[in-house]
Ligand binder design. Sequence first.
Ligand SMILES: *Cc1c(COP(=O)(O)O)cnc(C)c1O
Length: 224
Amino acid sequence: MAANKEAYLTLKKELDQQGVTLVAVSKTKPVKEILELYESGHRDFGENYVQELVEKAGRLPKDIRWHFIGHLQTNKVKLIAPFVQLIHGVDSLKLLKEINKEAVKSGRVIDCLLQVHIAREETKFGLDEQEVRDILDGTAIAEMKNVRICGLMGMASFSDNIDLVRAEFRQLKEIFEERNRLRTPDAQLRTLSMGMSSDFRVAIEEGSTMVRIGSLLFGERGQK
Ligand SMILES: *Cc1c(COP(=O)(O)O)cnc(C)c1O
């Protein structure tokens, strides 16, 4: 199934009107389909496996802004540090340190989001509120000149229960605002990455500034 250009244009317009950034999640999809959206003017694409991202980035135009949205292992950071636009899923200080180290080597400052665990499900990665606080207010971060924490990311429970999903997004937004109340104007967190194909409208109602959408644009995964 080809990327749905019409779905893209409609969605893009809706999100632009609300000032929300669209990350087109192209995981498992071939470069040909990514190029179709690229030719419609899209530049922000998200992948969740390092190998796949590196391979695709090598074959696609250099002005694509690649978002890493998966669980990043420290030993893989070096592979994406030279080019990645935004790392959404930072969930430990150790990982942040590694990103900083590789960013120094690449002569870059890498934007990162801290991933917060908001879902009731046990399996999803992420920090709790206290851990977010410890990282943002800690002394270690002040010494990492080559990473910039520009916001938070979260995934709601995979559930039909809209009230539950909404409550989880709301919780993340509250953490986001609470941190910003304590930060100086020039250090405000700006990006709140929450919302996928099934729940992005709820996420936007709850304050999302960036949505990560795959199946709505490219069709269900695992189906060609
Ligand atoms: C796959 C994925 C998405 C996109 O999911 P869809 O339901 O296809 O929109 C968003 N965020 C993360 C972290 C993902 O792994």
